[in-house]
Design a binder for this molecule. Sequence first.
Ligand code: G3P
Ligand code: CA
Length: 323
Amino acid sequence: MNRNISSTLVLALLLAVSLLAVGEPIVIGHRGAAGYLPEHTLAGYAFAYALGADYIEPDLVMTKDGVLICLHDIYLERTTDVEEVFPDRRRPDGHWYAIDFTLEEIRELSVHERCRDSGQPYFPGRFPVGKSNFPVPTFTEMIELVQGLNKSTGRQVGIYPELKRPSWHQERGYDMAVRLLEVLDGYGYRGPEARVFIQCFEPDTLKRLRHELGTELPLVQLISVASFTLTTRRGLEGIAEYADGVGPDKRIIEGNPRFVVWAHELGLLVHPWTFRADSLPQGYSSLEQELERFLVDYGVDGVFTDFPDVAVRVVGELAITTP
Ligand code: G3P
Ligand code: CA
């Protein structure tokens, strides 16, 4: 073979290999596109998709009849009009529990911006409370929306479901982990390359998913600032035995940037949360600046954000690659 042609082929091969070995950080639409539309609504998920998110996050809880629905809390009152629709269904502790309602009943509710007990929205600059009408989606509706858009756009956006309080559900006879795997399998999410990350704060649930239920799907251990033992190098070594990545509160990395180095040494992806333009930490003057610090200086592999468009733009402008 001509020497010039063979060296060109070698260069092309090396380029192909290097492109396979690196990848841009991913942008995860947190609760959809919560900066713009009420969290966990099909409208919010579609908007996150349109803004360019690589993955879209549904938090999951269960209904009385065992259906996985997209909701952040095990309670309904902070993000829906349940007080008005079912005023008599409050438990003595003051909460309306999703698990006390059938899907048919949940269908009667309308989602609104997250509100405090006082009725005031957490983020006053966001979508107005009580305007328009947003049903509570089921997990399968969320998947069908994303897969439908993948078909019509040709993109391959993934999903990033979080099991909320699985042990609490288990104590009440509901096996969220098994149901989650059934649903994912039914929609074709199989094996380690599937465009899905399963996330959870409870290590035992993730260990069960991996070892007892035998899933090969990517798993992410969420870590709050309160879970100090999971933030140490030894803690990360334990996580690497059952998970593919970690989802830390971003303050953990800000307090100890070596956390990312340790995780990468152990082969773990790092996807911190939550990046918000309307709730900047001290020391940052813009979301762009904060994202740049985490993506470039700390080298994280993805970000959960309420503002996917900003993160997509920052990732694009920085042309970042991660190992
Ligand atoms: O799942 C990542 C992040 O969303 C965890 O916090 O409370 O928003 O579910 P939370
Ligand atoms: Ca979440």
